[in-house]
Design a protein around this ligand. Structure first.
Ligand SMILES: Cc1cc2nc3c(=O)[nH]c(=O)nc-3n(C[C@H](O)[C@H](O)[C@H](O)COP(=O)(O)OP(=O)(O)OC[C@H]3O[C@@H](n4cnc5c(N)ncnc54)[C@H](O)[C@@H]3O)c2cc1C
Length: 371
């Protein structure tokens, strides 16, 4: 009997995490195969808010290390892909009754210097009564702050990761679902099935579960570990409306519930408004924007824009869910793994982080929660 092919690293999932792992591993000289059940970036990685940012709002929760790491990563990513990652200026109008101006200014000053920013311009204060970014806002907004982060063409970033990995020798299989993975004598036997029902088997020394919101489905299904509940799903939705302002900055709006939303120039003629943030129960394939979310985004943006955002202006919407890690524990020994924070929201602290954890039988799972 012909023995199945052997690779060092087998990656389940062709989103930003899976393709990044594949590109990194092949770059280090490992043999790599990746299977994506649909198309590359067809999961969460094509419907995100498309920001490469440090997570300014996490400063409020004293997540200094997280923000520092994310800002340092922003510089690395921008330097690696300046043709699909662009600097973006964010305008934060001061809203009386919400965070005091002093607090915002101090937080932004920290944000400017925490991650080794070199080329992006620092924060500055704006008089929204005279500055062009004030024209689209209600007259009550006078003071604003303008700071730097980046924007990314997220789906293209995923494809370019896969392209580069393939150019270096990795095998990238789309429309290929991992249906079973069993460990035998220290080696993984991975079974895949393509859309036309063709099955194939591959052996692998290391298995990476980068299935995003399906990470538990893979553990419970393909790996046969029933009852896996490592992640909770968080749904986020955006609405797309006709262009609301002429300048090229994005707005970050604070809301009375403590949350923030962005209003971002999108595809030249539109404005992307989002995101919401709510628990989702069910199959990630069935996620849809809800009436409440649509009303919430319209109301939140209309709190600021001179011209209110009505439902009749919505031309499109984007919605996906992300996995949120449930538990927190930190292991120091041998750089084994780091598990992320408990999730705390709405008055309890919330944290965002890329999480890596190692299961008993050496499956390395990569998941993250939105930045
Ligand atoms: C609304 C929202 C806004 C966000 N905004 C931002 C932002 O502005 N900036 C930021 O940095 N992050 C943001 N995030 C977070 C970011 O989008 C996610 O962390 C990231 O996309 C997760 O990527 P992933 O590769 O883990 O998952 P995914 O992109 O979902 O990829 C997983 C892939 O696995 C495949 N798969 C599943 N099961 C199998 C199987 N059995 N066999 C083969 N393939 C399989 C799926 O088809 C899917 O393509 C946001 C997230 C959300 C939900």
């Amino acid at each position: 009997m012909v023995e199945a092919a052997m690779v060092d690293v087998f990656v389940i999932g062709g989103g930003i995490n899976g393709t990044s792992v594949a590109r990194d591993a092949i770059g280090r000289g490992f043999s790599v195969m990746l299977a994506e059940m649909n198309d590359l970036a067809s999961g969460t990685s094509s419907a995100a808010t498309k920001l490469v940012h440090g997570g300014l709002r996490y400063l409020e929760h004293y997540e200094f290390r997280l923000v520092h790491e994310a800002l340092a990563e922003r510089e690395v990513l921008w330097a690696a892909a300046p043709h699909i990652i662009w600097p973006l200026r964010f305008v934060l109008p001061h809203h009386r009754g919400l965070r005091p101006a002093m607090v915002l200014r101090a937080g932004l000053a920290m944000y400017d210097y925490m991650g080794g920013r070199k080329l992006l311009p620092p924060t500055k204060s704006l008089d929204l009564r005279t500055h062009e970014t004030g024209k689209a806002l209600k007259p009550g907004y006078r003071l604003g702050f303008e700071y730097s982060d980046c924007w990314v063409d997220d789906a293209r970033f995923v494809v370019l990761n896969a392209r580069d990995a393939a150019d270096k020798g990795a095998t990238i299989n789309t429309r290929t679902k991992v249906i079973s993975a069993r460990r035998l004598d220290g080696v993984w036997q991975v079974e895949t099935e393509t859309e036309d029902g063709t099955r194939d088997e591959v052996r692998a020394r290391l298995l990476v579960n980068a299935a995003g919101p399906w990470v538990d489905e893979v553990i419970g299904g393909a790996l046969g570990k029933r009852g896996a509940h490592n992640v909770r799903l968080v749904k986020g939705s955006h609405i797309v409306v006709k262009k609301q302002f002429e300048h090229d900055r994005c707005y970050i709006f604070q809301n009375s519930d403590g949350r923030i939303i962005f209003a971002i120039p999108y595809e030249h003629d539109f404005t992307l408004i989002g995101t919401t943030d709510e628990d989702f129960h069910g199959d990630p394939r069935d996620v849809r924007i809800s009436e409440q979310e649509t009303n919430y985004l319209c109301a939140a943006a209309s709190e600021y824009f001179l011209n209110p955002i009505g439902r009749d202006q919505i031309v499109w919407s984007l919605f996906r869910c992300s996995p949120a890690i449930q538990r927190w524990r930190q292991r120091r020994a041998g750089g084994d793994a780091r598990l992320c924070a408990q999730d705390r929201r709405h008055g309890r602290r919330r944290r965002s982080d890329q999480c890596v954890w190692r299961q008993v039988d050496n499956v390395t799972a990569v998941g993250g929660i939105r930045a």
